[in-house]
Design a binder for this molecule. Structure first.
Ligand SMILES: [Zn+2]
Length: 480
């Protein structure tokens, strides 16, 4: 009898690791992640963000990597964030399913999944707002607003520091300072919620390259900027400097989805008072954020303006809280899109900036698109991380990249980004320190990222050589 019970107990233990498509509560959520971690201990790690929700629920993340817990040079980092609005739950379940799928496929030696995990560090945060999920679930899950906010009744996707206002002001003043703007923030409009603070610390502490935040209530991939420049509430296209790249990222998800980009599908909210429901499929299943409606304090613009990460916002379906029976079908409709998007961390150019002694951290990579007849600077620089590594997502074309850092001569190189990349084109930079006398020459001692709008952004290495030679001659003739 005793062995019989142990036998059945072990059967239950074994079958409990089988992923089931259903709504997982906050305790079951961490169980799923731990089960995946037990099945795939060598390629996963479960951790929680620096602080829990208002009601003390930890914000759990599962990481996939061939070296969990560590950033590796040349390996871009990606994140998916679900359930930001507590009553928008599909992303939460899709991320739990995705975690199980990545692990299972890896164990089955599925080639592309193994290649993805060996070349990418992936972080999945299924629920940013577990308290809202609880309230929404406890009240039936069908209300358009109940459970949307956190337990302090704050909308987390309006609670991030408003860096759009800063970048728009710099634009107006002609100031060419366009990235890592958190340090330019004078004060917060609203106090930060614990969930926001935890996610901000996370965003700032890991060198993410690519990200998507998951919502529900429509079916569209939405890209920056979310805030309009004029303050108009709707219908004002608010392009970021990386508009081409963001469009490509959003289109990649939409076209790999079952029908996000379908011209003939029905729009959501056909019963609304605004009349005919709009079908975003008519525009490829994508929209600029402010062209739809403008919002301040959103997470995607914060990612772009505070860090090197490019984030888009996915509206995964008309229903915010779909019934359990729809979840497996929704997974099938989203699976290819979820995987396709993760691979997008490998578009563009990546490399390492170093000098004779080692890596150069916080070097600046600036880009000019030279594909057309007129060179177009992309006024959003990225910076190098602890291993001197950078990742510059770009669409196919020709570019001039410049690596610069105070105390070094900037170096520019021309490079072509091909179509259909499984890995970014590698472009490393070796910088040479400037000599001390050169720093005294103010005319040429400026770096491309000074605050004067009229200054030239791109300094050719050859130009510096000419300048040095000219001045050396002067120096020599002066001493005669
Ligand atoms: Zn939402």
């Amino acid at each position: 009898m005793g062995s019989f019970i142990i036998f059945w107990f072990s059967v239950i233990l074994t079958t409990s690791a089988e992923f089931v498509w259903r709504h997982h509560n906050n305790e079951e959520l961490i169980q799923v992640l731990e089960e995946v971690n037990e099945k795939c201990p060598n390629i996963t790690r479960v951790y929680s963000l620096s602080e829990p929700s208002v009601r003390n629920v930890p914000l759990y993340v599962i990481e996939f990597s061939d070296n969990p817990g560590f950033h590796q040079a040349y390996k871009p980092e990606v994140k998916y964030i679900g359930n930001i609005h507590g009553n928008e739950v599909l992303g939460r379940e899709l991320l739990l399913g995705l975690a199980d799928y990545l692990c299972e496929q890896y164990l089955r030696d599925e080639r592309s999944i193994r290649a993805l995990i060996h070349s990418t560090r992936i972080h999945l945060l299924p629920a940013m707002n577990p308290d809202g999920w609880q309230l929404s679930t406890d009240t039936g899950g069908q209300d358009y607003l109940i459970g949307r906010n956190n337990n302090h009744s704050v909308d987390l996707n309006r609670n991030f520091p408003d860096l759009d206002a800063i970048t728009f002001e710099f634009e107006r003043q002609g100031v060419n300072h366009n990235n890592h703007l958190l340090k330019d923030l004078a004060r917060l409009a609203e106090p930060l919620e614990p969930e926001t603070r935890a996610v901000m610390r996370w965003i700032m502490s890991i060198p993410f390259v690519l990200s998507a935040a998951m919502h529900g209530g429509d079916l569209v991939a939405n890209y920056p900027y979310d805030a309009s420049r004029s303050g108009a509430p709707v219908s004002e296209y608010s392009a970021s400097p990386d508009d081409d790249t963001f469009r490509e990222l959003a289109l990649a998800y939409a076209f790999a989805h079952a029908d996000m980009a379908s011209v003939n599908r029905r729009g959501c909210h056909s019963t609304s008072s605004e009349g005919q429901a709009y079908n975003f499929g008519k525009q490829g299943g994508v929209t600029n954020g402010a062209a739809w409606y403008s919002l301040k304090g959103g997470m995607q613009d914060f990612n772009y303006l505070a860090t090197n990460a490019f984030e888009i916002t996915l509206e995964l379906g008309c229903e915010k809280y779909p019934p359990e029976r729809d979840l497996a079908r929704e997974w099938e409709r989203n699976r290819d899109a979820l995987l396709t998007y993760l691979w997008k961390a490998h578009i563009g150019v990546k490399g390492i900036v170093s000098d004779d002694t080692g890596f150069i951290q916080n070097a600046i990579i600036s880009v000019v698109n030279i594909t057309g007849h007129i060179p177009r600077p992309i006024r959003h620089d990225v910076t190098t991380g602890v291993y001197g590594d950078y990742y510059r997502l770009l669409t196919p074309g020709h570019y001039e990249l410049t690596a610069s850092h105070p105390g070094y001569f900037p170096v520019s190189r021309v490079i072509t980004v091909p179509h259909f990349q499984n890995t970014a084109t590698v472009l490393n930079f070796r910088l040479e320190p400037t000599s001390s006398w050169f720093d005294d020459v103010t005319n040429f001692g400026q770096y491309p990222h000074g605050v004067l709008s009229q200054e030239r952004r791109i300094y050719k290495r050859s130009l510096y050589k000419q300048v040095i030679n000219t001045m050396l001659e002067k120096k020599e003739s002066g001493t005669q």
